[in-house]
Design a protein around this ligand. Sequence first.
Ligand SMILES: NC(=O)c1ccc[n+]([C@@H]2O[C@H](COP(=O)([O-])OP(=O)(O)OC[C@H]3O[C@@H](n4cnc5c(N)ncnc54)[C@H](OP(=O)(O)O)[C@@H]3O)[C@@H](O)[C@H]2O)c1
Length: 259
Amino acid sequence: MNLGIRGRKAIVCASSRGLGRGCAEALAEAGVDLVLNGRDAEVLARTARELREAYGVAVTEVEGDVSQPEIQKKLLSTCPDADILVNNNGGPPPRNFRQLDREAILAGVTQNMVTPIELMQGVIDGMIERGFGRIVNITSLSVYTSIPGLDLSSGARAGLTSFMSGIARTVANRNVTINNLLPGKLDTDRIRVTTKFGAEKAGMSLEDYAAQQDKQIPAGRLGTTEEFGKACAFLCSAHAGYITGQNLRIDGGLYPSAF
Ligand SMILES: NC(=O)c1ccc[n+]([C@@H]2O[C@H](COP(=O)([O-])OP(=O)(O)OC[C@H]3O[C@@H](n4cnc5c(N)ncnc54)[C@H](OP(=O)(O)O)[C@@H]3O)[C@@H](O)[C@H]2O)c1
């Protein structure tokens, strides 16, 4: 399918690896010029080079923590007329909620709620003016169902979801959409961290715990960053202007709900 976004410009936050990279790659394949972001300059530069070489699109790197105001400013000034914003960030480390002090809670809320809101504020008026905009927030299945140790992540992302839900309805008539992608269990570095936490908590070996986890997923396996990225690219496509305010679970059927 021609996604109809060749030549559009996207800011993809936290995109040097994992799900962000999957989204960036699918957008690059559709001909979108990219601003990529990540904290490790070497990994970021390698990803940027690979995407340039594979897809021939313009790729600019913005190194640094996307939660920091100066990095957000840099992202926005590097791409002042973004057509697409993919909000992504690291998640808070898995932790028993009793161990979270105020500083840790505020850091988690800044990462997974405040930062995407600030970036949305930075791009949305230009999108409205130009009559095209696609904002996709990578949140988590933990918005729907609790995951042990990820309470802070769940709470911050649920707050983001509600905040964005209202905004989505105010901009839909300008062909600006806001949707959330909810990863279940996808094969990235992050899932290895949360799997290790789960295995330790369950007193199981990493291999046995991982195998047990795979069995619980109706698809019988972890999802791939490619599958995730393609879903993101479709939500960013010219064809998705009538899809807004939605939460799309990419979870291989893990969340057992009919709706
Ligand atoms: N994978 C899953 O199954 C899953 C499930 C539910 C939710 N999620 C959530 O989805 C998001 C992406 O997860 P992932 O699995 O793709 O993680 P990942 O494999 O660890 O990749 C994270 C990416 O984000 C970058 N990054 C992390 N913190 C950053 C920051 N503060 N500023 C800029 N870039 C940053 C990393 O690069 P640097 O480290 O170099 O900065 C890397 O490129 C996370 O919020 C995660 O909690 C993932």
